[in-house]
Design a binder for this molecule. Structure first.
Ligand code: COA
Length: 180
């Protein structure tokens, strides 16, 4: 094994339209796994595989239209992580983008994949001329520490913004990062 293979057990890639379609089963499994492990990421514990696949088909449409840049983390098992960069289309916000659905399968966490996805999303935003990024996350999740570690500014938490998969209340914590 060469040195880079030893240090990098995964790679981050941008999924274009055809690759997104091909990855839908893996992406749906990541979303199912995150919800099953209690993440508040838009779905409830009663959602089905069909719901997750429908979600990713909508994202694929955004990829095709150019509004969404979709990232995937791939290791020896296949696609195990993902993140999205939404390019805001409003004429008065040409400099802004939103990061969404940073998800790593529970079998692949704590290896630096979440951080690598975020760093790639930020670098891509810069390349696209987007130098103000925003995101929000579940107030209790591990993602909050990740965003602090990467230099994001926490604005505050709106209580009861969403529900946990089991129906409990969940606050959403809002962050921004200026890349200027
Ligand atoms: C948040 C999430 C994306 C982080 O993914 P991840 O791949 O585990 O992230 P990282 O590996 O970069 O960092 C996670 C932790 O592992 C640690 N870590 C990173 N590499 C490591 C290694 N090689 N060995 C041991 N620990 C390591 C990090 O320091 C970090 O520690 P912390 O939790 O104490 O802050 C993941 O937990 C997840 O998918 N959660 C559910 C979905 C969710 O809530 N997403 C956010 C929606 S906005």
């Amino acid at each position: 094994m060469n040195a880079s293979a030893m240090t990098e057990a995964f790679a981050i890639e941008i999924l274009h339209a055809a690759a997104t379609e091909a990855a839908i089963p893996a992406l749906a499994e990541i979303l199912r796994d995150c919800v099953a492990n209690g993440a508040s990421v838009g779905f409830m514990d009663w959602n089905t595989a069909a719901d997750y696949e429908r979600f990713w088909r909508d994202i694929a449409a955004g990829v095709t239209s150019g509004q969404i840049i979709l990232f995937a983390a791939r290791n020896a098992d296949g696609v195990v992580g993902t993140a999205q960069l939404h390019l805001i289309g409003k004429p008065n916000q040409p400099h802004r983008a939103e990061i969404a659905k940073v998800l790593v399968h529970s079998s692949a966490r704590r290896q630096g994949i979440g951080e690598a996805l975020m760093r790639r999303a930020e670098a891509t935003a810069r390349e696209k001329g987007r130098d103000l990024l925003v995101l929000d996350t579940d107030e209790h999740g591990a993602a909050r520490r990740l965003y602090h570690r990467l230099g994001w500014t926490e604005l505050g938490t709106i209580p009861r913004f969403a529900l946990m998969p089991d129906g409990a209340d969940c606050g959403s914590t809002f962050f921004y990062k200026s890349l200027r």
